[in-house]
Design a protein around this ligand. Sequence first.
Ligand SMILES: [Zn+2]
Length: 154
Amino acid sequence: MVGIESLPPVPEATSAAVRASMKANRRRDTGPERRLRSILHARGLRFRVDLPIATGGGRPVRPDIVFTRARLAVFVDGCYWHGCPQHHQPSKSNVTYWRAKIARNRERDRLHNRLLTQAGWTVLRWEHESPTDAALVVGRVLSEGRQPMQRKLP
Ligand SMILES: [Zn+2]
């Protein structure tokens, strides 16, 4: 099991802007994730949300969207929390805290990819593409059948 460094203490939201950004970057039920789910659902695809998957690597992994029969796990990452190379804007306040937090998220993402792939799952990570494109890739992977792998969307 790969260790994850402990984080410095959570800072107070230092300004209205930081509070707004923390709120906008909420981990679950983000706008893009909801849109992706509704497109998938409209296409007749059925899936589980936040289903814990035991991988033999400590705590279960909870992908955002899970297709159990196809063993396909989809994560909707969000450019801020996961340090997207194109869109991540480093925070100007509490720099140490945020740098550690993002690094830890990225490390955890890699760990989860590895655990799921080893357990025979296909992992898709979606950062910032349109929900429509993401849904196309999900549909393609589902119809291709399963080959454990990791890939970025689309
Ligand atoms: Zn991005």
